[in-house]
Design a protein. Structure first.
Lengths: 191, 191
DNA sequence: CCATCCTTTCAGTAGTTACTGAAAGGATAC
DNA sequence: GTATCCTTTCAGTAACTACTGAAAGGATGG
C-alpha cells in the first residue's frame, strides 16, 4: 500500500510541485540556522520566495505548521529586514506578504545589514584598542615591551583584514545583478 | 576609593594592555554569536590571536573564567577547524595552543568550510528540485502550469546566485593575503 | 455602536545549547 | 609497579531561544 501511495503522489503534478518546494524550503531553513537566522524565519522566507506569489498569514501557518503568533512575529521580522514586503489585495481585509524577487537585491540588503552590525563594530573596537596601547599613552617604560609589540602587530593585521573585507562588501552592496556578474568576470580574468 | 583604583589601573601599562586585549576579546565573542560560533569559542580564539603567544589550558581558563571542561572542548573544536594549533614546549608536560597569525589564511579556511557546508548543499537541493519539476517528468498536463512556471523561474534565479557566489568564494579560498589585496584593487578599479 | 475579521502581543512552556565539575583516562617519571 | 601531572569525557544543570495559544487590540462594515 505504501508503494501505491508513493506512486500516486509521484504522478500527481500538483503534489510533485509542492514536494519540490518543500524540499527547497527545508534546506533553506537548515541553512538559516547556521547563520544567525532561526529556522522558521528562513522557512517563511523560502516559502514566499519559491511560490512567487503573495500569501496571507493563514497560508503560511498552514503550509509550515506553525502557530499564529510565530507566523506574525517572524513575518514582521522579515519585513523589518526588508526582504519580504506587505501587500494588500483590493476588497480583501487580509494582509498578504511576498518575497523580493531579485535574489541579488536581497543579498545586497543582507550584506549591508551585516556589514553595519558586524564589521563596523569590530573595526571600531580595534581602533579603540590601538589607541589604548599606542606609544604616547603607554610610554616606553613598560616592562612587557614585547607583549605590547605583539599585540600591536596583531591588531594591525586584523584591522587591515577588516578594512579590505569592508571594501569588498561595499562593492556588493548597491550593485545588484548586472554589477555583480561583472565583478565575477573581472575576478575570473584577474586570476 | 573607586576613583583611585581606576586611576591606578589606567596608568599601569601592563594592566592597560590587558584591558585593551579584553576589549578585543569581548567584541570578538559577541560577533561570533551572530555567526554560528558560540561565545566561548570565539573568545578563546580572540585571546590566542591577540596575545600572539602559545597559552596552555589553565591560562585560558583563568583569563576567560571558564571551566576546564569547556576550555578543553572548545580548544579541540578550534583545532578541528584548523584556526588554532596544538604545540609542545620542550621539557613541559602541558600542551599549548596558538592561533594562526595570518588573518587571511584563517579567513580562507573558514570560507572553504562554509562553502562546503552551506553553499554546496543548497546548490544540490536546487538542482534536485529542478529535476523534480522539469518538463519531461511533470508533463504539460498540469492544471497549475503557471505555478510551475513561477517556481521554475525562482529556482533558476537562486541557482545563478549561488553559482556566482560560489565562484567568488573560490577566488578567496586559496588566495591568501597577496591574492586578496589584488582582488580588492581589481574591484576598485572596475567600479 | 456592535459585530466581524484580522493582527499583534505576551506569559508560560517546550526545546535547545552551553557550561560546569567531578571522575575517568592516559602519559611520563621514578 | 605507584605517583604525579595533565587531558578528556560526560551526566547533570543552568541559561537561553523559539514557539504556542489565548487574550487584547485595532480596523472595517453594516
Amino acid at each position: 500500500m505504501s508503494r501505491m501511495t508513493t506512486a500516486a503522489t509521484a504522478v500527481d503534478p500538483a503534489q510533485r510541485l509542492r514536494t519540490a518546494q518543500d524540499l527547497f524550503i527545508g534546506r533553506w531553513g537548515e541553512m538559516g540556522q547556521t547563520w544567525g537566522i532561526n529556522r522558521t524565519m528562513a522557512e517563511i522566507h523560502a516559502l514566499l520566495y519559491i511560490v512567487a506569489q503573495p500569501l496571507c498569514t493563514d497560508d503560511v501557518m498552514e503550509r509550515l505548521h506553525i502557530s499564529r503568533g510565530n507566523a506574525s512575529m517572524s513575518l514582521r521580522a522579515l519585513c523589518d529586514w526588508g526582504i519580504i514586503r506587505r501587500m494588500h489585495k483590493r476588497g480583501d481585509r487580509k494582509e498578504f506578504f511576498e518575497s523580493l524577487s531579485d535574489v541579488w537585491e536581497m543579498f545586497s540588503i543582507i550584506a549591508a545589514e551585516r556589514k553595519r552590525r558586524e564589521m563596523d563594530p569590530v573595526l571600531e573596537t580595534i581602533k579603540q584598542c590601538q589607541r589604548m596601547i599606542d606609544e604616547k599613552s603607554l610610554g616606553k617604560q613598560a616592562a612587557n615591551q614585547l607583549d605590547v609589540q605583539l599585540t600591536r602587530q596583531r591588531l594591525m593585521g586584523m584591522e587591515e583584514f577588516v578594512e579590505v573585507t569592508n571594501k569588498i562588501f561595499q562593492q556588493f552592496i548597491g550593485n545588484a545583478k548586472s554589477g555583480l556578474t561583472r565583478v565575477v568576470k573581472v575576478l575570473l580574468k584577474a586570476f
